[in-house]
Write a protein that binds this ligand. Structure first.
Ligand code: URA
Length: 436
């Protein structure tokens, strides 16, 4: 069938067969489907959705657009975590080396920024020399020797997703359950995982704004992944505020290093990271319950093992051997760092989290066009959390930017994104539900 006929059928609300979906995805590799047709296809799916049969067919066709990794000879569980995307979400950077401290292999294939959300691969590229496009042999060697490796999709791993992802990023077709399911799982299934935990973000900084949609996405991912042979569960976590204190690329690497060094960290970031780690390591039999997992995590971090895993992973992938000790020397710095103060004192009551993610894009920390090179130094640090009291001495956050114009735009965005209350605000757990 011609690509335009497949697009037309979905545009008009009809179900596509597995054969039609497979033809469209294969057509991308064979250059019989161009980028405009991919954009139109994703828009048609965005509006008319896909049922579970179509979603499964799309996932498997995208997985099979490249090769599937095989971990024969790796004698420990092959595990991974993936997030549906958030603002300030640096969990993968912390969790990969943490999991690797517990006798599992973590071959993590991560993504670039998508829509208003940041991407692990963009963040890692703030580390000079870190090769996010390592070849297969290097990837396997690092996973074997260190226990974890985080890289981007190589040219031959779910290449259809790589292309569709980049097109969705700039065509406003991100927030779609079948497209997110297929995007995440095509990579994860191609990576040959045995166990996966999903962090399904829910709220105004996530692709799923409300709890029902987040549960539906979680259900879709969990069902397709388990059907395809990867034991998967999902936690639904709150994204109605930035996760952790820093938002941006280099600044999130900095915050992750603080976490790995055992310095005091944001409690919500810790709760989400530990809960995801526990879920995965309980599922593959490493721990009996959450409390055992949490205390082992604390011990592993304070022993320095987790930081060492991160340092080894970075240097094995090309970063300077002393990156972790001298991170401030190596990470890019913004020319201007200035605080933003609220107009009046009060308790932080709500955030328009998406707006904060978009504010980073405006400072070139995320893309507006396909393939754009980023300014990895820009972003926000020391972001106040919901429930925190701010006044003329305690800023809402600091802006890391390159000039006064960027600062003024960011200030306007942040002041309109953060709502204050004159009375104390209840602080809720960031963990909302679990889907098995
Ligand atoms: N992460 C992905 O890999 N794909 C999506 O569509 C959303 C989050």
């Amino acid at each position: 069938m011609l690509p335009q006929e497949i697009i037309r059928k979905k545009r008009d609300g009809f179900e596509l067969s597995a054969r039609e979906i497979g033809e469209f995805i294969r057509g991308m590799a064979e250059k019989k489907v161009d980028d405009g047709q991919v954009a139109a296809f994703t828009m048609a799916v965005f509006f008319n959705k896909m049922n579970s049969k179509e979603t499964t067919a799309l996932t498997l066709a995208m997985r099979d657009s490249g090769k599937t990794l095989n971990w024969k000879g790796f004698d420990k569980p092959i595990v991974d975590k993936h997030s549906s995307g958030g603002v300030g979400d640096k969990v993968s950077l912390i969790l990969a080396p943490l999991l690797a401290a517990f006798d599992v292999y973590v071959p993590m294939i991560a993504g670039r920024g998508l829509g208003h959300t940041g991407g692990t691969i963009d963040k890692l590229e703030a580390i000079p020399g870190y090769n996010t496009q390592a070849d297969d042999d290097t990837f396997r060697k690092v996973v074997k020797n260190v226990g974890c490796a985080i890289i981007g999709q190589t040219a031959d791993l779910a290449p259809a997703d790589k292309k569709i992802y980049a097109i969705r990023d700039v065509c406003a077709t991100v927030e779609s359950i079948p497209l997110i399911t297929a995007s995440i799982l095509s990579k994860k299934l191609a990576a040959g995982l045995e166990y996966l935990v999903m962090d399904l973000k829910c709220g105004n900084g996530a692709f799923m704004g409300n709890f029902e949609d987040a549960c539906a996405l979680a259900r879709s991912i969990v069902d397709v992944a388990n059907m395809a042979g990867t034991k998967t569960s999902a936690l639904i976590s709150d994204m109605n505020q930035v996760l952790g204190k820093n938002v941006g690329n280099a600044v999130e690497i900095r915050e992750s290093l603080d976490f790995l060094q055992g310095l005091p960290v944001d409690s919500r970031l810790k709760e989400v990271t530990f809960a995801l780690g526990a879920e995965l390591l309980i599922s593959c039999g490493r721990f009996k319950d959450k409390s055992e997992a949490f205390s082992k995590f604390e011990q592993a971090i304070s022993s320095g093992r987790v930081l060492e895993n991160f340092a080894k992973m970075c240097s094995a992938l090309g970063a300077p051997v002393d990156f972790v000790e001298n991170a401030d020397k190596y990470l890019p710095h913004a020319a201007l760092i200035k605080p933003i103060y609220a107009a009046q004192a009060g308790y932080v009551a709500a955030m328009d989290t998406r707006k904060i993610g978009v504010a980073v894009i405006k400072m070139h920390g995320g893309r507006t066009v396909f393939g754009e090179k980023l300014d990895l130094a820009t972003g926000f640090t020391d972001f106040a959390q919901i429930g925190d009291y701010v006044d003329e001495k305690t800023p809402l956050c600091f802006v890391c930017c390159q000039n006064e114009n960027q600062f003024e735009t960011a200030k306007e965005d942040i002041l309109s994104a953060v709502k204050l209350s004159q009375t104390a605000v209840k602080i809720n757990s960031p963990l909302l539900a679990k889907i098995k």
